[in-house]
Design a protein around this ligand. Sequence first.
Ligand code: SF4
Ligand code: SF4
Length: 175
Amino acid sequence: MAVYRERYILQGLGEISPEMEKDLDLAYDLCEALNEEFPCEECGKCCHQELITVLPEEVDRVSSAANIPLGEFMSSYVAVTGDGRIMLLKTNPCAFLNKDHRCSIWKSRPQICKDFPYMVSTFMSRVYLAIVNKDADILEMIDYMDESWPCTMKIKGCISERVDEARKIRESQIR
Ligand code: SF4
Ligand code: SF4
């Protein structure tokens, strides 16, 4: 069963103990700082991925922005998975990606698109695991990231240093 903290699934973790909270805060703060430092360059490359989630509270906003009646949006544009998540059906590329590689619903895009790639479960979980394990190599842990994307290049350029800084903060908190 998935373990959630806020809206993120913690991959590779069976539970969240109270002792883990401070380290998870460190990991989340690091990812949030990257998200603010390196705004999306709107290259559209990540809009070719298969798994794009729309939160229930976002359905009205996204369908309105796309000018698609709600009934048609629910029947033709999304599918509900067995665990209740609402996923876009028309992907790779996303149905809302324009020919100029810009998102046609940018201001109303789903939260996952705003969070990607810094504040998503896959990355945040690895950052946490790298912070708490001093022998872990974060670059190896994120070798799934495509290096040709502007944002993932930024991550790969600074993440080792950022994890080291977070480990030092962690050590000073333990002492
Ligand atoms: S690949 Fe990165 S920079 Fe390009 S649109 Fe996606 S989040 Fe933005
Ligand atoms: S909604 Fe917009 S930002 Fe999100 S995947 Fe589709 S085109 Fe890209």
